[in-house]
Design a protein around this ligand. Structure first.
Ligand SMILES: [Zn+2]
Length: 789
């Protein structure tokens, strides 16, 4: 844990007058204690919480319940644990000035037989208690509901002299143990859970805005008005509903028109800026506890292309140009009335690149977001082009910004229920932010999922690193895994290591939106990790609590076995490699769903609750229900490895509502088809990577599709189809298909020609948006491919 420093000089000074055994305090002996807890006469609610937390935890550890007394009533003959800022603290610690300490700073000091736990007025005393209980007494709050309490009827405390202030002043981790997100509807958690989550966050010394549920008497979260995307999307400052009709020119000009939907603000519009200043001041007045307000772009593109915005952005070499000029102007006005309030804005996607000339004012906070990066390699050294670009931007912002906040992404938002091989970069990335002047860090994890990839470990580990970025991360990992999983701990560490190794070895970027694990997790990796889970389970077989923890953590691996069952099983047969997945996937799916329900999984991906029929689109499941087709005409008579036929079970399930459905169609080769309405242009027909079917890098294939559409016209385009290569991140071939070519009940052949393909290439098809009266839907019967010698 590592921040307790025993003061050597004090030790030497005391050693001359007392016997060595007396250098330490004996807080309790055989379950009895002489000590009293002294709080200031006018103790704040947080100091009172600190006293209660200390007393209750010490009682659990020692069996002794210490009386809590006010400073005035303290008996001088009794040894004391002195909490907070009162006359007694100032007497024992001459020169103690809590108001001059950095936010959240703690002071822990033994003076004679007394122990002082104090700190910054807002939360310092409470944090001093938590730091003492954790580092010195050995309490471990593993999760919101699971705490390790060492039983020590005789509790001795060495001389202590700690003065610590966290470098990261604003600390947040969004995992369901600590936060379900500050602007969600909170329906995933009960009110009791919300409170438990808040108390746990306080114990982990998290304090960011996302920890909205930390009760006031536990110090509360830092006050930020609006959080994010506040132009008008979330808690909007200038809502389009209110202003657009009267003032369309306040909003972005996009492709020649002032847009109401999916736009931003016209940041060079002076009238809009005046209204923004007025609204911002009004919001600040209405939120007296706040220290910061967010004025930040909506979560989409749509920056303004008007003449003056464009000219300024060009001069500044970035769309952050108009943004920072605008934010500075607002910040300057706001400062006149609210000199202590910071104005926060995002450097995100199109504004991530810093401007060439303008500098953020001293009361402006830049929140930089790492969303594009690869998280299998570090931000400091990674070679992925997104990481290189982020590094350039981070370093440039850190040179010009008075203060930097970071929004970091530490999970796979598309698949909470999958392994995410980023554990090894968490500590280096966090330190990289701190080195570049970040005073606030938000680690966005699986906010909605109770069964993600070691989510409890990650929440605890990141919180400890946020509190002390210099902590030894290996020691933190050992501590949690040995403490929380007992004898299974060493295997858990090997599992995390094996996943990281698999991710690194694959050589592909691992981003925070990955549709599955196919690109990096091989059959051998799966077997290796499965063996480790079996060893972990064997090590804790006699302990039902630990056994249940280990079994729960295996669910992400179970998920991969089920998702990829056919191809992994097929590969094992083909190559003679062992297959450690379930032999009966349907039964395994039933057990999997039962365990998810038992652990109240919540969301399985960002914004998506687990549906009752989860898994019904896993290929093995679909294949059992959908018959195979006869080989396509051109493939007949060819060797089996020289052609492939992609049917309904070969396309990745999509979550966008109404983007497709699988339905019966007598005209289709196997009696089933994928129907996509012409209401969107999503690639809602997207095959698994062709490597799953034996396509090796550079092999040449002819790609064909059988498609049709329902239409009342022959005009225009019905759909687009193609092949995309994820490894090269480029389109191999794509084609627009005219309505006239595929209109009617009969499927038509589309030949996309012969192309060299890679194992991460995939075939896709998408509708184009049309009036329903013209083109209603397109249908994909099959994609088939022939190997060319
Ligand atoms: Zn503009």
């Amino acid at each position: 844990m590592g921040i307790v420093i025993c003061c050597a000089s004090l030790l030497v000074a005391v050693a001359t007058v007392v016997a060595s055994a007396d250098q330490e305090l004996t807080l309790s002996r055989d379950g009895q204690s002489e000590y009293v807890i002294v709080i200031p006469t006018e103790a704040t609610p947080v100091e009172q919480t600190a006293a209660r937390e200390l007393r209750e935890h010490l009682a659990q550890v020692t069996g002794a319940t210490l009386p809590v007394v006010s400073a005035g009533k303290s008996a001088n003959d009794k040894p004391r644990i002195v909490l907070g800022d009162g006359p007694l603290t100032r007497e024992l610690l001459p020169g103690f000035e809590p108001a001059k300490l950095s936010p959240d700073a703690v002071v822990i000091k033994t003076v004679g037989r007394d122990l002082i736990l104090a700190g910054h007025p807002r939360r310092g005393t409470l944090y001093a208690v938590y730091t003492f209980l954790e580092d010195t007494v050995g309490i471990r709050w593993w999760t919101a509901s699971e705490t390790h309490v060492p039983k020590q009827p005789t509790l001795r405390v060495p001389p202590l002299d700690v003065a610590y202030a966290p470098k990261v002043a604003d600390r947040a981790t969004r995992y369901l143990e600590t936060s379900d997100g500050c602007f969600t509807n909170h329906s995933l958690v009960t009110e009791d859970e919300q409170r438990t989550m808040g108390v746990f966050s306080a114990r982990l010394r998290l304090n960011g805005h996302d920890h909205y549920s930390i009760p006031d008497e536990y110090g509360g979260p830092n006050g930020l008005i609006g959080w994010v995307h506040t132009f008008y999307q979330i808690n909007g400052l200038l809502p389009v509903e209110k202003y657009f009709d009267q003032h369309p020119e306040w909003y972005s000009l996009v492709k020649g028109e002032r847009r109401k939907q999916y736009s931003q603000l016209c940041l060079t519009n002076a009238e809009m800026r005046e209204e923004m200043v007025r609204v911002v001041k009004e919001r600040i007045r209405a939120n007296p506890g706040a220290t910061m307000i967010s004025i930040s772009q909506n979560d989409w593109q749509g920056y303004c292309e008007c003449e003056s915005c464009q000219a300024l952005d060009e001069r500044e070499g970035s769309h952050a140009g108009t943004l920072i000029h605008f934010i500075n102007a607002v910040a300057q006005e706001v400062e006149k009335e609210f000199p202590d309030i910071l104005i926060e804005t995002l450097a995100y996607q199109y504004t991530r690149k810093p401007p060439l000339h303008v500098r953020p004012r001293h009361n402006v906070v830049i929140r930089l977001c790492s969303i594009e990066c690869s998280f299998v390699e570090t931000l400091a050294e990674g070679k992925d082009e997104a990481n290189v670009a982020f590094r350039e931007d981070m370093e440039a912002w850190s040179r010009i910004s008075p203060q930097l906040y970071i929004w970091d992404y530490v999970t796979n938002f598309r698949e909470y229920l999958a392994p995410h091989p980023n554990f090894h970069v968490l500590a280096p990335n966090l330190r990289y932010f701190v080195r570049h002047g970040a005073i606030g860090i938000f680690e966005q994890g699986d906010s909605g999922c109770r069964v993600g990839d070691f989510v409890r470990l990650r929440a605890w580990y990141l919180a400890h690193l946020l509190w002390n970025p210099d902590a030894d991360e290996q020691r933190l990992l050992d501590e949690f895994t040995d403490g929380y999983y007992g004898p299974a701990g060493p295997y858990v560490r090997q599992i995390l290591g094996a996943m990281s190794e698999a991710g690194c070895r694959a050589g592909i970027p691992i981003r925070c939106f990955m549709s599955d694990t196919r690109g990096w997790l091989t059959l051998n990796d799966m077997n290796r990790v499965m063996k480790l889970f079996e060893q972990a389970a064997a090590a804790v077989a006699d302990d039902p609590v630990l056994a249940q923890r280990v079994r729960r953590e295996r669910l992400t691996l179970d998920h991969v076995w089920l998702q990829r069952w056919d191809t992994l099983r097929g590969e094992a047969r083909r190559t003679g490699v062992e297959f450690m997945g379930p032999e009966a996937p349907e039964a395994a799916l039933v057990e999997f769903r039962e365990l998810l329900e038992k652990h109240r999984v919540g969301e399985y991906r960002q914004g998506h609750r687990m549906p009752a029929d989860f898994g019904s689109e896993f290929p093995f499941f679909l294949r059992k229900r959908i018959p195979p087709a006869e080989p396509p005409e051109p493939c007949r008579g060819r060797a089996q490895e020289d052609w492939l036929d992609l049917q309904e079970a070969d396309y990745i399930p999509r979550t966008e509502a109404n983007s497709y459905r699988i339905e019966k169609d007598e005209a289709a080769s196997n009696g089933f088809t994928r129907r996509m309405p012409n209401t969107h242009h999503i690639w809602a027909c997207h095959s698994y990577p062709l490597g799953d079917y034996g396509v090796t890098d550079g092999s040449r294939w002819r790609v064909c599709l059988q498609v049709r559409c329902d239409a009342n016209t022959d005009e225009g385009t019905a759909m687009t189809v193609g092949v995309y290569d994820d490894a090269e991140r480029r389109s191999i071939v794509s084609k627009s298909i005219p309505v006239a070519q595929i209109r009617g009940k009969e499927y038509r052949l589309i030949d996309l020609g012969v192309h060299p393909l890679g194992s991460l290439a995939y075939a896709w098809a998408a509708p184009v948006v049309r009036e329903p009266a013209e083109v209603e839907a397109v249908y994909v019967d099959r994609v088939f491919m022939l190997r060319e010698k």
